[in-house]
Design a binder for this molecule. Structure first.
Ligand code: GTP
Ligand code: MG
Length: 247
């Protein structure tokens, strides 16, 4: 994906990156008649939901772009390498609801599923990850709902990233609603690891052989080493802490 700071990135899925708007395609014919009937009944409601979550995601993206522009303006430093957004498709929402034993009820999904709208922020360095997270969530119009710090506490498979669920206000003709958006902050090395991990899982359909899983975990350590090394190098060239700490 192009990393020019001003280019809006809108992708349909964080893992299957491609152009386009919300991906709502679902093969109704492949579902049981009962499920298909209930889904077509909630079609209009789903479009409204998609619209609201899309607005929220765009709000988040704009706020992040403003932060990025401010860094560029004040310090001639760009802390964001890539920014991608994606809306969960109806089929993956149905699959997630099924997995979690939730009914086919959009009000329940609104309450229980907080990653319908997702944004991924790929940063240059680990400290940019935390700095952007803090600056973004310090804003009074951003409500921090949940943080999962998989950088401080990596998953057992080696996955690292900082996940934040926030709620942002969206102003509709009917009034204001607060919509959740899941934001994943990570470095380029973490992102590289995560995309490879995703491809490997996809290939093995979730059942990754132990030796492959072992190598992946070692690769996660190499990604961490690389992050630290690049950060040290950056500090050597630009001075300790770099421009990110001046804000
Ligand atoms: P889901 O949202 O259902 O996935 O479960 P959860 O709420 O426990 O999710 P968590 O916050 O741990 O992770 C949510 C998202 O983070 C996933 O959809 C992925 O995009 C990413 N993620 C989490 N764990 C991994 C992992 O092991 N590998 C990769 N590649 N991505 C991961
Ligand atoms: Mg989740």
């Amino acid at each position: 994906m192009d990393d020019s700071p001003r280019r809006p990135a809108h992708t349909t899925d964080l893992e299957r990156r491609g152009p386009g708007g919300p991906d709502t395609a679902l093969d109704l014919a492949a579902l049981s008649p009962d499920l298909a009937q209930r889904l077509s009944a909630i079609g209009g409601e789903f479009q409204q939901l998609t619209l609201e979550y899309d607005f929220a995601m765009r709000e988040v993206e704009t706020k992040l772009r403003i932060l990025q522009d401010e860094f560029l303006h004040l310090h001639d430093y760009n802390p964001i390498e890539h920014l991608a957004t994606r809306m969960k498709s109806l089929d993956s929402l149905v699959a997630k609801a099924k997995r979690r034993g939730l009914p086919l009820d959009l009000d329940v999904w609104r309450q229980e599923i907080t990653d319908i709208a997702g944004t991924r922020v790929t940063c240059s360095f680990r400290r940019d990850v935390y700095r952007l997270f803090e600056l973004f969530t310090d804003r009074p119009d951003v409500e921090l709902v949940q943080v999962k710090d998989y950088i401080a506490h990596p998953k057992t498979n080696g996955y690292t990233s900082l996940h934040a669920t926030v709620r942002v206000p969206v102003y509709l003709s009917t009034g204001m609603v607060r919509i959740p958006v899941e934001i994943q902050f990570r470095t380029i090395a973490m992102d590289f690891w995560a995309s490879l991990d995703h491809k490997i899982k996809y290939k093995y359909d979730g059942e990754v052989p132990a030796d492959v899983a072992g190598e992946l975990k070692e690769a996660a350590q190499s990604a961490l080493d690389l992050d630290r090394r690049m950060e040290r190098l950056h500090d050597r060239v630009h001075g300790d802490g770099g421009p990110t700490l001046l804000v």
